[in-house]
Design a protein around this ligand. Structure first.
Ligand SMILES: O=P(O)(O)O[C@@H]1C[C@H](O)[C@@H](CO)O1
Ligand SMILES: Nc1nc2[nH]cnc2c(=O)[nH]1
Length: 289
C-alpha cells in the first residue's frame, strides 16, 4: 500500500496542482473528459484551447502508452467549459492506483461537476461486434477483489465519505441521454449498454479468463476507467462512461485471433468520428446546476 503523501493524491497536493492550473488560465471547467486509447481526438473538438503537457504540470504523472498523448486540454465544447485528458494512467504502467486516479481529484478541485470517460475494450458478449460503442451501466473491479482500490488508506472527508456507494456509479439520466442521442444519430445498430470489467493488464486475457469474465457478468474487459470512476464518485462528481469495443475477446480454443494494441488503435480511428459526435451531442444537451 502506498501512503497518499508518496502518490501526490492527498488533499493539499491536489489543491496545489489545481491552483497552479487555475492561475495559468481563465477557463473554469464544469465538465471533465478522459480519452481512452486511440480516442484522443475528442480533445480536438474543444474550442479556444489552452494546453498543458503532463510533464509541465506539478505533481502530475506522465503518459507512457502509445495512443495517449499526455496533454491536458482546456477549452469549450458546445459552449461548455471543459478540461480533457488526452491520455490517462494505467496500473500496468507501474503507477500506484492512487496515482492513476489523481486527475479526478484535481478535476474536482478545478470545479468539475461531471466526468465523461472513454476507453478501448475487448468485447466478451457474444452479440458484440468490433466497433460497437458500449454505454457502461456498471463495473466489476477485479483488482479491488485483491485490495487494489484507490480509496484504500486514510480517508479525507474533504473529498468524500469512508464507504461510498457504487450501485449508482453510472448516472442513469446520462445513460438515458446517450441512448436518446444515439438513436437520433442513427447509431442504434452499434450502440450497446453493458458491464465493464477492469483487470490490471498489460497482458491481454487468456481464453479461460475471457470465458470466466463473461460468465461472471462482464460484457467488456479493459485496463482502466473503473478506478477513476470510484474516485470521481467518492468526491461527488456525476459519471458517464463509454467503451469502444476495439476487438473481440478470444473465447474459442480453435480461434486464430490474437488481441493486440495495433487493432485497438485502428478501431479507435475508424469509430472516432461517431464517438466524438455522440459525446458532443450529449454535451450540448447536458444542463449544469
Ligand atoms: O486507456 P484505455 O483503457 O482505453 O486503454 C486500453 C487498455 C490498454 O491501455 C490498451 C490496450 O490496447 O487499451
Ligand atoms: N484487458 C483488455 N483491455 C483491452 N483494451 C482493448 N482491448 C482489450 C482487451 O481485449 N482486453
Amino acid at each position: 500500500m502506498f501512503p497518499e503523501s508518496t502518490t501526490g493524491s492527498c488533499y493539499e497536493e491536489c489543491k496545489s496542482t489545481a491552483e497552479w492550473l487555475l492561475a495559468q488560465m481563465e477557463v473554469r471547467p464544469l465538465l471533465g473528459i478522459v480519452c481512452g486509447s486511440g480516442l484522443g481526438g475528442l480533445a480536438e473538438m474543444l474550442k479556444d484551447q489552452v494546453v498543458f503537457r503532463y510533464e509541465d504540470i506539478p505533481n502530475f504523472p506522465q503518459s507512457t502508452v502509445r495512443g495517449h498523448a499526455g496533454r491536458l486540454v482546456f477549452g469549450t465544447l458546445k459552449g461548455k467549459p471543459c478540461v480533457c485528458m488526452q491520455g490517462r494512467f494505467h496500473l500496468y504502467e507501474g503507477y500506484p492506483v492512487q496515482k492513476t486516479t489523481l486527475p479526478m481529484r484535481i478535476f474536482k478541485l478545478l470545479g468539475v461537476e461531471m466526468v465523461i470517460l472513454t476507453n478501448a475494450a475487448g468485447g466478451l458478449n457474444e452479440d458484440y461486434k468490433v466497433g460497437d460503442i458500449m454505454i457502461i451501466k456498471d463495473h466489476i473491479n477485479m483488482p479491488g477483489f485483491a485490495g487494489v482500490n484507490p480509496l484504500a488508506g486514510q480517508n479525507d472527508e474533504r473529498f468524500g465519505v469512508r464507504f461510498p456507494c457504487m450501485s449508482d456509479a453510472y448516472d442513469r439520466d446520462l445513460r438515458q441521454l446517450a441512448q436518446d442521442v444515439g438513436e437520433e444519430l442513427g447509431y442504434k445498430d452499434f450502440l450497446r449498454e453493458g458491464v465493464y470489467c477492469v483487470l490490471g493488464g498489460p497482458s491481454f486475457e487468456t481464453i479461460a479468463e475471457c470465458r470466466m469474465l463473461y460468465r461472471l457478468g462482464a460484457d467488456a474487459v479493459g485496463m482502466s476507467t473503473v478506478h477513476e470512476v470510484i474516485v470521481a464518485r467518492h468526491c461527488g462528481m456525476r459519471v458517464f462512461a463509454l467503451s469502444l469495443i476495439t476487438n473481440k475477446a478470444v473465447m474459442d480454443y480453435n480461434s486464430e485471433e490474437k488481441a493486440n494494441h495495433e487493432e485497438v488503435l485502428q478501431t479507435g480511428k475508424q469509430r472516432a468520428e461517431q464517438l466524438e459526435k455522440l459525446v458532443s451531442s450529449m454535451v450540448s444537451r447536458i444542463k449544469h446546476n
